[in-house]
Design a protein around this ligand. Structure first.
Ligand code: CU
Length: 148
């Protein structure tokens, strides 16, 4: 009990001393290439919403529902267009829900996580999920693949 209380206090004070926080709007568009998306990240100050220019953002994609199942290489987002706008090309490994972890450094440091749904239908499930159309091309890992 005591330990927990102390930890909570420490966590609180370290967040307070970390200074300004960031937030981001992320939108990703399919490219012509399968499973490759162009993502635009609008990086802003949490409180004021002012754009944050000159930041370095490392973007790492993972599937929350399948920890360790995918190993996607982190990419650097590049400043492009208006201040606070960054561009990253993400290559995912299957459709479904992915979380983009953005490690921000430069004018401020923060780590932001955004969950995004990739793919035409929002209905694709991991593991055992039934799929309505088109057979089991989306199954994970060790799955046997029937060759035809
Ligand atoms: Cu997956």
């Amino acid at each position: 009990m005591k330990l927990i209380a102390i930890f909570a206090v420490l966590a609180l004070s370290s967040a307070a001393s970390a200074g300004e926080r960031a937030k981001a709007d992320v939108s990703c568009k399919a490219t012509g290439e399968k499973l490759v998306y162009d993502c635009v990240i609008m990086l802003m100050k949490m409180k004021s919403g002012d754009p944050i220019a000159g930041a370095k953002i490392v973007v790492k994609a993972a599937m929350p529902s399948m920890p360790m199942a995918h190993n996607v290489v982190a990419v650097n987002a590049k400043a492009r267009g208006m201040p606070g706008a960054y561009h990253a090309r993400i290559r995912i490994q299957m459709h479904g829900e992915w979380a983009l972890t953005m490690d921000v450094s430069g004018p401020l440091r923060d780590r932001l996580v955004k969950k995004l749904q990739f793919g035409a239908m929002g209905a694709m499930k991991h593991g055992g999920g039934k799929m309505k159309r088109g057979g089991g091309a989306m199954k994970h890992g060790m799955g046997k693949r029937k060759s035809e």
